[in-house]
Design a protein around this ligand. Sequence first.
Ligand code: BGO
Length: 275
Amino acid sequence: MAIKIALAGNPNCGKTTMFNALTGANQYVGNWPGVTVEKKEGKLKGKRGKGEDVIVTDLPGIYSMSPYTLEEVVSRDYVLKENPDVIIDLVDATNIERNLYLTTQLVETGVPVVIALNMADLLEKRGIKIDVKRLSMLLDCPIVETSALKGEGLDKLIDEAIKTAKKSSADLPKEVFSKEMEAAIADVKDVLPESITEDKKRWYAIKFLENDEKVKESIKLSASAQSTVDSKRQAIEKKHDDDMESIVTDERYTFIQKIVNTTVKKGKDKLTVSD
Ligand code: BGO
């Protein structure tokens, strides 16, 4: 069976350039079912993939996996329901903080993620240094530096994506939130129905805590499970005097800031922690 790779990333991270470099003329362009968002799929071209049958699906460029735009809904439905074998998450290396916000959400979906640290060719010129090994360790994801524009790093990226796709089980997503939030996620995971597979429970627990309407429509919780979710949400919202979505967003950025501080050096910045 063909290996299914989904390409995800923020707008302007170089996804179209990467998709074209990987698939060349072997592309089919259509629309995602029921919406006027363009869908592009293609077969991996040339010797990359070493004879494996690989289908690359280009997801719409998005900043978040929230349910507010068609592009976000298309992307999350694909990732959660079509079971790609691996996600290649394109991160614009020159804009890493903003791009990692989506990364923190992709790794929760239960689909293994490989990060393509794209635009790597611009780093030296911009005076940015990234400790890729450490970043990979902190995110628990393989990272390959790429330049989609120059075609650099793509062989290594595909090797890593195929290797990750063939792993028998995905690594459990990392805990990125505060202790109280992680405790609430654990409690909500415990009351989710068995129809949600273990690898996707973290994603659904967070979405139920956020009161995500689309998720609530697609999965009906029992009254007691819903009451657990509501009480956990209300306790945290009351403590922070804020709504859950904003609290979750803030905690994601706190996590990102922490890891970026120790792995990315811009200009004369010093890393706060060194190996
Ligand atoms: C223009 N390195 C560099 N340096 N640039 C890259 C890389 C890379 O690795 N990858 C992509 N780009 P899209 P989305 C442009 O179009 O693939 C560039 O939205 C220009 N155009 O060439 O479209 C790529 O699909 C005039 O740049 O991104 C493109 O994710 C002047 O990043 C841009 C300068 O890539 C976005 C750039 C008329």
